[in-house]
Ligand binder design. Structure first.
Ligand code: ADP
Ligand code: ADP
Ligand code: SF4
Ligand code: SF4
Length: 571
């Protein structure tokens, strides 16, 4: 059985632990060089041949930097490995002249495979392979032709990077300038309309919100002519209708090779023809599954079992719709009258309503329609224009955008139970500005939940979290509200997450930055119906997994459901 040893070089701090792994390794003690020191970096190098796999160093390393894993024989050699004791990826996705979704945890190798397909990273087969060896390895495979083209530099790849926040650092001018320069296909005007970008075309790139940057980056990708289009997490910062617009625009390219990495499963489902699942151990190794039809693939991903491979890669991510607790048994946290608030150019109206203790309320609605303003009124940070509420709740708030400082996670004084539940123990010594997007998000959520409050507001906690982290967070938030006898309001645009965590739902509507209107908190069914009617999209439930799936526009189901006014919950 091949054994791999992977060292996370960012986490490894030999000066702090005085090379504990070497000191505890039984093989080193008896004179074998199972672990030696790299003279250049001062960090350990683990020999996969000499290591016996006892796992003592893995347990003892104070920074969780080592993984020792036995893999099945059939796995063969990796397609690519980042150096000695580095992460490795086995097999590659298949280009299909269709839209192929790629799902998997953070750190499992999704970006690595996109880089290989883009020709940015030459696969090294674990060491230093030449193209001739790579082509030999994939002879007779569906991907052989594609790799031949990559080897001869004939593939033109168009890439939408994951992190859009950094775009203003290397792109200047107005959105229109930026996009016109890149319009190779003449599709610009169509795409501007499809993504509803009219209002931001004249803005300077420096002044864009996260959502506007995301749409510009996607448009810049879709207007180019390429052999392959690679989109890394296109839905971050976008609200539900924007996500669906993007999905429809991407589908227009469905005759080309399109790969999309995405953690919003409703979006993956809506835009893809096929999916690949990447499984393994984050940070250590990833295996790309066979290509699967989109419905079956997503269900297998949630179930943790790949049928054609006969592989169980984790326990099922159980997916059950929340059974709303009986409201009559709950005590009120706050009862508020109809509220109004005006800012220059913006007005908000909130229907009167009640929030109960011990409940999680999902909040759906476009960006900039007054969700934060509403919560600030409850917290008495700002006064409504029409009357006093006088409830003076203690509120803890996680904003949508998180600016990391240079201090360490430990400085935030997170509560021990929250650290444990959100799996952050290994990050305590890390600096906030060195965390990955998903890590920073979990730390920001933990920071919000570690304060004492009556009401917690989490604004888009799913951004940069993978599917597993999203569903685990949902489960934890439900537990948290019960244990802390508090209420949690979660604003998010991932419908699957909202469906999974909400006892009830508030729906904000209106026009971003101009008018906002908030409903009282409704049952999940009524809230979803109200929201989806506004979006003009109907959803059904998957018969096998129970997850929500968007109906294709104008399909028989779509027409039937809309006629009945059943935008949601219909089986
Ligand atoms: P994902 O896109 O699924 O989050 P990535 O492909 O970005 O995963 O990364 C997979 C693993 O490879 C991570 O552990 C990452 O730290 C490691 N990795 C990525 N790029 C490099 C690199 N250039 N050198 C060494 N390790 C890398
Ligand atoms: P959301 O939380 O739904 O994204 P917000 O409540 O943050 O929306 O903001 C709604 C609108 O009110 C936005 O257009 C925002 O620019 C505006 N706004 C919020 N606070 C102020 C303020 N203090 N002064 C002027 N305008 C504001
Ligand atoms: Fe220390 Fe862990 Fe690095 Fe070994 S792997 S040197 S125990 S931090
Ligand atoms: Fe040494 Fe055991 Fe670690 Fe292998 S797993 S390097 S034998 S301590």
């Amino acid at each position: 059985m091949p054994r791999i040893a992977v060292l996370d070089k960012d986490r490894c701090k030999p000066d702090d632990c005085r090379l504990l792994c070497m000191r505890v390794c039984p093989k080193v003690k008896t004179g074998d060089e199972a672990i030696i020191i790299d003279e250049e970096t001062g960090k350990p190098v683990i020999s996969e041949l000499l290591c016996s796999g006892c796992g003592i160093c893995v347990k003892k390393c104070p920074f969780n930097a080592i993984s020792i894993i036995n893999l099945p024989e059939e796995i063969g050699e990796p397609v690519h490995q980042y150096g000695i004791n580095g992460f490795r990826i086995y097999s590659l996705p298949t280009p299909k002249n269709a839209v192929v979704g790629i799902v998997g945890s953070n750190g499992i190798g999704k970006t690595t495979v996109l880089k290989i397909l883009a020709g940015e990273l030459k696969p090294n087969l674990g060491s230093n392979a030449e193209w001739s060896e790579i082509l030999e390895r994939f002879r007779g495979n569906e991907i052989q032709n594609y790799l031949e083209k990559l080897a001869s530099g004939e593939v033109k790849a168009v890439y939408k990077p994951q992190y859009v926040e950094s775009i203003p650092r290397y792109v200047e001018g107005t959105v229109r300038n930026v996009l016109e320069e890149r319009d190779e296909s003449g599709r610009l005007e169509n795409i501007v309309e499809a993504l509803d970008m009219d209002s931001c075309m004249g803005k300077d790139v420096n002044s864009l919100s996260g959502g506007e940057l995301q749409k510009m980056a996607i448009a810049a990708c879709l207007i180019r002519e390429g052999d392959v289009y690679l989109l890394d997490e296109p839905s971050s910062y976008l609200d539900v209708s924007e996500r669906l617009n993007v999905a429809r625009a991407v589908r227009e390219l469905s005759g080309s090779n399109v790969f999309v990495i995405e953690h919003d499963l409703v979006v993956v489902d809506y835009l893809s023809d096929y999916v690949h699942i990447i499984y393994g151990k984050p940070g250590a190794y990833g295996i790309v599954s066979n290509i699967k039809g989109v419905r079956v693939g997503i269900n297998e991903y949630l179930s943790g079992y790949l049928k054609s491979e006969n592989v169980r890669f984790r326990e099922e991510l159980s997916f059950s719709v929340a059974t709303p607790s009986e409201i009559s048994k709950r005590s009120e946290l706050v009862k508020y009258p109809p509220l109004e608030k005006k800012y220059p150019g913006f007005d908000l109206r909130v229907d009167e309503g009640v929030l109960y203790k011990l409940e999680v309320v999902g909040v759906l609605g476009p960006n900039a329609t007054g969700k934060t303003t509403f919560v600030k009124m409850l917290a008495d940070v700002i006064k409504p224009d029409n009357r006093e509420i006088g409830c003076n709740l203690n509120v803890s708030y996680k904003p949508q955008y998180i600016k990391p400082s240079a201090e360490t996670v430990r400085c935030l004084k997170l509560k021990t139970c929250v650290i444990k539940k959100l799996g952050l123990a290994h990050l305590l010594e890390s600096r906030l500005d060195e965390l990955s997007g998903g890590e920073l998000q979990r730390v920001a959520v933990a920071d919000c939940l570690s304060r004492n409050a009556d009401l917690y507001l989490l604004d888009e906690p799913s951004a940069y979290l993978d599917v597993e982290e999203r569903l685990r967070l949902a489960k934890y938030l439900r537990r948290f509200s019960e244990d802390n006898k508090s209420s949690v309001l979660v604003v998010d645009h991932d419908i699957l997450l909202i469906d999974y965590l909400s006892d009830r739902l508030m729906v904000f509507s209106g026009e971003s930055g101009r008018h906002g209107r908030a409903s009282e908190s409704l049952s999940l069914r009524d809230g979803m119906n109200l929201f989806l009617k506004e979006m003009n999209v109907s959803f059904r439930r998957d018969l096998d997994s129970g997850r929500p799936r968007a109906n294709k526009p104008n399909s028989i189901k779509d027409r039937e459901q809309k006629k009945k006014g059943e935008y949601y919950y219909t089986r």
